[in-house]
Design a binder for this molecule. Sequence first.
Ligand code: NDP
Ligand code: HSE
Length: 441
Amino acid sequence: MEPIKVGLLGFGTVGSGTFTVLRRNQEEIKRRAGRGIEIARIAVRNPAKALAVLGEAASTVQLGSDFEAVTDDPAIDIVAEMIGGTGIARELVLRAISNGKHVVTANKALLAVHGTEIFAAARDKGVMVAFEAAVAGGIPIIKALREGLTANRIQSIAGIINGTTNYILSEMRERGLDFATALAGAQALGYAEADPTFDIEGVDAAHKLTIMSAIAFGIPMQFDRAYVEGISKLASIDIKYAEDLGYRIKLLGITRRTERGIELRVHPTLISAKRLLASVEGAMNAVEVHGDAVGTTLYYGKGAGAEPTASAVVADLVDVTRLHTADPGHRVPHLAFQPQSLADTPVLPIEEVTSGYYLRLRVADVTGVLADITRILAEAGISIDALLQKEAEQIADNGETDVVIITHDTLEKNVNAAIARIEALSTVVSNVTKLRIEAHA
Ligand code: NDP
Ligand code: HSE
């Protein structure tokens, strides 16, 4: 049988990684897919740059700078979009679909923001849009959620799903690097997005969480409802205090089904140092999924980088190759649930989320200050799990100390109200730093 023909759009970290893995393992992949998979065309802005990467393999592909020549080529069966972003990538993906091509993409931003439009267009044309690489790099988490766990009513997902920020947090904690040096390292290793703000501010993780939440709970993509907080404002003193208290701080994406709606949030989070998630370091990712039948499952692996991501892209190419002649009605739906069965369960605003909290504040050395704080918390119905008074290292002789309070689960709006009252106390000399704690298994 003729090999299936793939057109690659973009040839950066992921595009070139995909080419390399497919070429290196082509015999094995052919035995699995039932026919060869051939990258027949590549479109890039700068063909000279791609030529240098392709080397002698350049003779096996048609390389050019006309992206539409690829999406419109009748000989191309699958278009692999490896550009990124929501601009030209969206246009080319929709164009490929309208030309009846199957699409493989690693672009989580595109799907989290325009997934509804793209999947509807793909349904109309009876083509597949596969996106395993869009979430957690090489970890087959989309496959697990859509197929492996399909018997379950999923209750929650908590994941370290951004390699760049996990790498930065690890380098800062383990090697004492400053934020900028650690970020530069992640960029040099090809982990960071074209705009690293997306990584640092939690946006990339929120894109991935939005996709997982839609698949897990059968709801439409709702990136605009996600609560997003990154690590740029995280103080190293909090990493230290958290460690003293037996926690690690990770940028966690959490989505959970509750009686009142779906939680969808990304923020720096304290997790017990004893939990497996806490020991996920560097650019590694891990996703913990809790289903009613299976209980807790954990998926761990490389979340970024050329070949780990290519592993997922090539898996999608194999899937599409196997299924492209199947009746579209018998394929796994893009979001796991049949499109007409998506639920309208609301996504909860962050004020309605329940969590444990880490609160840090600096107080004057005055009798009764702790009593005032604990009274305010008690009046707000907030139960204290631990309270520590730390000698603030950088404070000289004035006796001011840092106070760290760990609360039991409580409603975020109640914590916010209590914080406002605490900050109004004349004996409290700093704002209150608030971090959430993930205590659920
Ligand atoms: P790169 O920046 O390494 O490569 C992007 C490619 O697309 C380059 O060939 C680039 O050309 C081209 N490109 C960028 N912007 C445009 C544009 N406006 N018009 C035409 N071509 C353009 O990105 P990655 O390979 O890292 O990422 C690709 C996708 O994969 C993104 O969606 C990303 O989020 C996703 N992803 C990345 C992972 C990683 O570890 N890097 C992991 C998982 C997903 P040029 O070289 O000329 O700039
Ligand atoms: N910038 C992303 C990360 C790439 O650091 O995780 C993988 O999606």
